[in-house]
Ligand binder design. Sequence first.
Ligand code: PEP
Length: 257
Amino acid sequence: MRKLLIAGNWKMNQGPEDTAQFFEALATSKPADISRIDAAVCPPFISLPEAKNGNAKLPDIAIGAQNVSSEENGAFTGEVSATMLKELNCDYAITGHSERREYFGETDAQICKKNLKALEHGLTPITCVGEVLDQRKSERHFKVVEEQLTGVMKGFSKEQAEKTVVAYEPVWAIGTGETATPDQAQEMHKFIREILGKMFGDQTAEKIRILYGGSMKPGNAAELIDQPDVDGGLIGGASLKSDSYSELLKIAQEKSG
Ligand code: PEP
């Protein structure tokens, strides 16, 4: 049985002060029992020390980064290594978010290297795939997602694949208020699991969590995570406020009952 994961992607929002405030507020708004799910927030790098303090007080809220270097250490100005993230108690690293692909030119091959480096250091990659609107309109979305997925998990062993979380994020649904319907999400998640099955065998594919991302919020989370192949959410806007993030945790915990 796959455990649902509710992961917040804060993007370039919430510096250290806001992060400290978020955790303070979360201490009162968070459901007391979220033992049936996994929960994480991924603040900007600069806020990770505050998130580490928050995580010390709320250990059921794991922390993650929004990126990780594919390199071990050394002359890579502006990069942050997996070892450094582990030092700040990170359990997760988001890789290949569509904004990294679009604005920073990240390729599947680079994202794959990041995933392998993260795994080498015990970080769980939350690796993102998803089509843009034109690709969906021209019915190329399955092909695009298959190419991305095979690229970002190229050469993985079954063990590495099992430890990876895939996030399906249709780009047209990110930050737009437009959400994939539960049927659209399920259709793609099922397809992703089939591809994972071809790559790593069905048994391994059954263990890999596939999150949905794209304007997920308390109002639509229940029907999305009700889908058999949707194993939680990667959530941007609705994860920034402790109230709505707590609401998402509550919904996921109830759905896991
Ligand atoms: C995201 O950035 O990963 C995301 C899903 O954003 P939003 O929930 O705001 O659409």
